[in-house]
Ligand binder design. Structure first.
Ligand code: MLT
Length: 210
């Protein structure tokens, strides 16, 4: 299914498991990119895949940045709320349960997923973050008690400094998330091995959530 309304160009594919994966592409991606990944990770889950609304010289993103790794905080907060509103509108339109939303984000998509976790209304139930960094330092304590989060990072990633991912892991742990961090001796690109690991993680987590 394809639709340009509800505020975001997006794709939605119904599922039968009760979970809905919110798949969020990286810089320069589109709403089509991570649909196969979502299907691989959680067969039977519905998939909602929006396209980021910010254009960086034609490359779609979920929020503006001032330089590589330097985020426009005001825009990030605005775009996070805008995406949350879209999720609520999409749940009404397609009839999925907004309390069973699980994010799967890569790079810029993982960063807006992390922002969705740190800012109200905190719609996500669980998250898989591939190549994520700190979207912003939370000013107030965040409560993510028991939220399952899979964080996969590359030690040789030139876009995402490992210490930045490490800081995100600390923030999520302090917030009480049930964090599973996987480091690999790899760069920014996703590997088959970590997709397989995330799939295994999903098969343990989804039955507990639903
Ligand atoms: C970001 O801007 O979100 C990160 O630098 C990663 C990316 O470029 O997608």
């Amino acid at each position: 299914m394809s639709a340009g309304d509800l505020g975001f160009a997006h794709r939605f594919f119904p599922g039968e498991s009760g979970a809905t994966l919110l798949v969020l592409h990286g810089t320069g991606g589109s709403e089509d990119d991570l649909v196969p990944l979502g299907r691989e990770l959680a067969p039977g889950a519905a998939i909602l895949s929006p396209r980021g609304k910010v254009s960086e010289y034609g490359a779609a993103r979920f929020f503006r940045r001032l330089a590589e790794g330097v985020f426009d905080h005001e825009d990030l907060v605005f775009r996070t709320h805008e995406l949350a509103e879209f999720l609520e509108a999409a749940s009404r339109e397609y009839g999925f349960d907004p309390s069973n939303l699980v994010a799967v984000g890569y790079s810029n998509g993982a960063n807006i997923a992390a922002s969705l976790m740190l800012l109200p209304p905190r719609l996500l139930r669980a998250a898989v973050l591939f190549r994520a960094m700190v979207p912003f330092e939370p000013e107030e304590p965040v409560d993510l008690t028991g939220m399952p989060v899979f964080l996969a990072a590359g030690q040789m990633d030139r876009m995402i400094p490992p210490q930045n991912t490490q800081r995100l892991a600390e923030i999520l742990t302090e917030a009480g998330a049930d964090l599973d961090v996987r480091w690999r001796d790899t760069g920014h690109a996703l590997t088959y091995e970590e997709v397989a690991e995330a799939k295994e993680w999903f098969s343990g987590v989804l039955p507990r959530l639903l």
